[in-house]
Ligand binder design. Sequence first.
Ligand SMILES: *[C@@H]1O[C@H](CO)[C@@H](O)[C@H](O)[C@H]1NC(C)=O
Ligand SMILES: *[C@@H]1O[C@H](CO)[C@@H](O)[C@H](O)[C@H]1NC(C)=O
Length: 193
Amino acid sequence: MKALKTPCILIHVALILLCLRTQICYGQDYPDAESPPAPPAPPPGQDLCNGIFLTYNFMGRELLYPHLKNASAQAWAFKAMATVVNAGSEELKAWKLFVGFRHREILVSATGATIIDGGDFPAAVGNGTTFVGNPQADLKTAIETAGDYPQISAQIEIKGTQFGVKPPTIPMPKSLKLVNDGYLCPAAKNDGT
Ligand SMILES: *[C@@H]1O[C@H](CO)[C@@H](O)[C@H](O)[C@H]1NC(C)=O
Ligand SMILES: *[C@@H]1O[C@H](CO)[C@@H](O)[C@H](O)[C@H]1NC(C)=O
């Protein structure tokens, strides 16, 4: 196994994760990944990283009917955006992003991706799910595209329902990882305040 470069650990309003090309892929879990609301942060500092850069941004929620007294049974609509950016030196073929959902999520749509383990929407993904790029399955390098962001990055616009996510807590997944073979995902950070 190659030695790892210094991992780029960045604080942002989202879960972020850098995966470096190496022999193995480790997952990363976030037992304390629920965070208080944070002010808008500058874009993630992926310029500091030379690998695959992953983010998950929670974009908002709305209370759904029926309105219940039992907060943990209450349904909410939510929107989120996940991104995969190839900031490395090799093309990333057939990217696969695992998002460790944990609030009994039901996905209703995912623009820019499909889920490999769920079938059609709506899909119950409360134990997490893996997204693959659709139509953009491969991410080229900045070098071969002269830094053309649409070709080196993928954005997944997620819409769905989740339960028991009363504000102000920001409901984040418990993990985020690139599950392609040959990538090591050494660290991810949840935003604090
Ligand atoms: C509240 O909802 C949760 C989740 O559906 C359920 O497990 C729990 O039993 C409910 N509590 C009450 C007091 O009904
Ligand atoms: C999540 O995993 C648990 C335990 O394996 C299982 O009982 C449950 O049905 C799963 N939920 C979903 C939405 O797949």
